[in-house]
Design a protein around this ligand. Structure first.
Ligand code: F6R
Length: 262
């Protein structure tokens, strides 16, 4: 586990983008798992910038998004397909047919979820998964109590998530009650994971996820069982961690070795 802590959100966004860039440079046909929400927006801005400056190409990259609201069509402004197009895909040289977001209108959602998992498998699995963390500890939409072995499925959103996400809708009643999400087990199969968190509001849950016990009540704590995770935290999100000195020490060691240490 690597924990990178910087003063500002802008700094962690730059560093997360540098990591994504390095992985695409190493494997141009990288399979990238993506998240929506406010946390990865800075990362996406930096990736768009690199693409514009022709420092990085997404032509061979494939993407799989974590989740989608159930009941929203892809052209709904609050759908995650719409979000991804508006905040990343429309601004980079990616082939749109290589971008996958769960279908929020799938009538037979059970069949759809199996199909989505199958597509990930066929692509060779996710090489690098980008995550945010919900204030209730969810990754994807894996609400507290999700099995740590869960797969892509329909999930009922927690009241806290509906409350958190109501800021994007005209009123709380418009927030969908269900979503399709990759499971915790699906996420753990990614070869590498980065999690971005910023702001004081995330401090408690970030500390629980990184330094607390592994529990289905904090889905992100399951990442402790993954061998290759990097957390990008701003100072506020890191403010309740107890082992900050050690994380700094590891970073210094990485500097002197010229290598990432997980
Ligand atoms: C979104 C997703 C969620 C968000 C989480 C944090 O695709 O999977 O887990 O990452 O709700 O959201 P923000 O970044 O808006 O605080």
């Amino acid at each position: 586990m690597r924990v990178i802590i910087r003063k500002t959100y802008e700094e962690i966004s730059v560093e997360a983008a540098a990591l994504v860039r390095s992985r695409i440079e190493k494997k141009p046909n990288l399979v990238l798992g993506l998240a929506t929400g406010s946390s990865p927006l800075g990362l996406y801005k930096n990736l768009i910038d690199m693409n514009r400056k022709k420092l990085l190409s997404f032509k061979k990259v494939r993407t799989f998004n974590l989740d989608e609201y159930y009941g929203l069509k892809g052209d709904h402004p609050q759908s995650y397909r719409y979000f991804m197009d508006a905040n990343l895909f429309n601004h980079i040289d990616i082939d749109r047919t290589r971008t996958m977001v769960p279908d929020g209108t799938a009538k037979n959602w059970e069949e759809f979820c199996l199909w989505y998992e199958e597509q990930i498998k066929k692509a060779g699995g996710i090489d690098l998964q980008v995550l945010g963390i919900g204030s209730d500890g969810h990754i994807g939409f894996n609400e507290p109590g999700s099995s740590l072995a869960s797969r892509t499925r329909l999930i009922a959103l927690d009241a806290q998530t509906i409350e958190d996400n109501s800021r994007f809708f005209e009123d709380r009643n418009q927030v969908p009650r269900f979503a399709i999400t990759m499971g915790v087990g699906t996420i753990l199969e990614a070869k590498e994971i980065i999690l971005i968190a910023n702001g004081k509001k995330k401090a408690g849950v970030v500390a629980q996820a990184i330094e607390g016990p592994v529990t289905s009540l904090v889905s992100a704590s399951a990442l402790q069982m993954h061998p290759k995770v990097t957390y990008f935290l701003d100072k506020e999100a890191a403010s309740e961690l107890k082992r900050i000195d050690y994380y700094k020490l590891v970073e210094e060691a990485e500097g002197s070795l010229g290598k990432e240490i997980f």
